[in-house]
Ligand binder design. Structure first.
Ligand code: SF4
Length: 355
């Protein structure tokens, strides 16, 4: 059981993050925000995939104006990503944004930052300060010589405290790096020294092949320590792919409830087509979108299979062209190989009915 860090709770539109609230999954559109229909379609696709918060760049007044249209057509909390021009933060708030992501360092003078803070306070809008290796202040970089974990941490805490001095408390921090180890170290320091809610992500993580591994290491290590209130898996891919990847990290740590497949790697003893069976089972389970933790063991033989199969909620131990199916440690029956997926799904549905 993971003990969550006690961070402050903040509201983003109709959801809360921080404290013991659910860990929210975020993603970011890659359409031109000024193209309102293409962007709305992607927001809706992300929402349908199970995303909890969607961010998009607000890099022009046309983009800012579209926020009103997005708010009218979707319920998911929306975050405006703003760089350099503080007037776009004003416009985003006026058009109904739920949260703003800025970096005080690139907004300009403290007067401009103060003006943004006053605007946010006026409408109860939270802010995320996003720090990465490219955004660390010059004097901090000179102090550490490079964007290491200490430099990122100092920049994040400096910006968080600056906003607090200006009167804001609904502040989320993100400290990202493309190096999972730096991101882990920096977030651990900030987690120990502050109660700001933390947005976790390994930035520029690459294609799904390596990006999911880096994200699982970076985000997963912190979540396993109870650190992190919202996550984004950044992939060089369709943003919709980021959502199941994030959910899988949460599911593997049991921070959300999902069916859990335990399957053996197969070996020379395997006498059923276990790889195909498990792949088909995974597709079936995804299509059912079950939000309960159910352990399903699919094992290839009767040597090591029954032990694992008995411990699971539903288990299968393969024989030669057939298998034995277990439910909570008790043998139910022998089943032919061709029926394994169907029989497992049938038993899962019975478990769900009994809950
Ligand atoms: S469970 Fe059986 S078939 Fe699967 S890897 Fe282990 S010994 Fe091999």
């Amino acid at each position: 059981m993971i003990m969550r860090r006690k961070s402050r709770v903040i509201s983003i539109g109709n959801i809360k993050i921080g404290g013991s609230e659910k860990i929210a999954v975020q993603s970011m559109t890659n359409t031109d925000t000024a193209d309102r229909d293409a962007t709305l379609a992607q927001i809706k696709a992300l929402e349908a995939a199970g995303c909890d918060i969607v961010r998009f760049t607000v890099n022009s007044m046309d983009a800012a104006r579209n926020i009103e249209y997005f708010k009218l057509n979707t319920k998911i909390p929306l975050v405006a990503d703003i760089h350099f021009d503080y007037r776009l933060a004003f416009a985003a708030v006026d058009f109904g944004i739920d949260k703003v992501r800025i970096n005080p360092g690139n907004i300009g003078s403290e007067d401009k930052v103060k003006a943004v803070v006053d605007k946010l306070l006026n409408k109860n809008i939270p802010i995320r300060v996003g720090v990465n290796s490219g955004s660390v202040e010059k004097y901090i970089l000179e102090k550490y010589g490079r964007s290491n974990a200490e430099a990122l941490t100092e920049s994040a805490i400096h910006n968080g405290r600056l906003l607090e001095r200006l009167g804001l408390s609904d502040i989320v921090l993100s400290i990202k790096s493309s190096d999972p180890q730096i991101m882990i170290e920096a977030n651990r320091i900030v987690a120990a020294e502050t109660d700001f809610p933390l947005h976790l992500g390994v930035t520029e993580a690459g294609t799904p092949k390596m990006g999911i591994v880096k994200s699982a290491i970076g985000i997963g290590s912190l979540l396993a320590d109870g650190i992190g209130d919202t996550i984004r898996v950044s992939l060089t891919a369709d943003p919709v792919e980021e959502v199941p990847a994030a959910k899988q990290i949460l599911s593997a740590l049991r921070l959300i409830e999902r069916p859990n497949i335990i399957s053996c790697p197969t070996c020379g003893r395997t006498r059923i087509n276990l790889i195909d069976i498990v792949n088909r089972l995974e597709v079936e389970l995804d299509s059912l979108n079950i939000q309960k933790h159910i352990d399903i063991a699919v094992m290839g033989c009767i040597v090591n299979g029954p032990g694992e199969a008995k411990q699971a909620d539903i288990g299968v131990a393969g024989g030669d062209g057939e298998a034995v199916i277990f439910k909570k440690g008790v043998i139910l029956r022998k089943i032919p190989e061709a029926d394994i997926v169907e029989e497992i799904i049938k038993e899962i549905k019975l478990i769900l009915l009994s809950l």
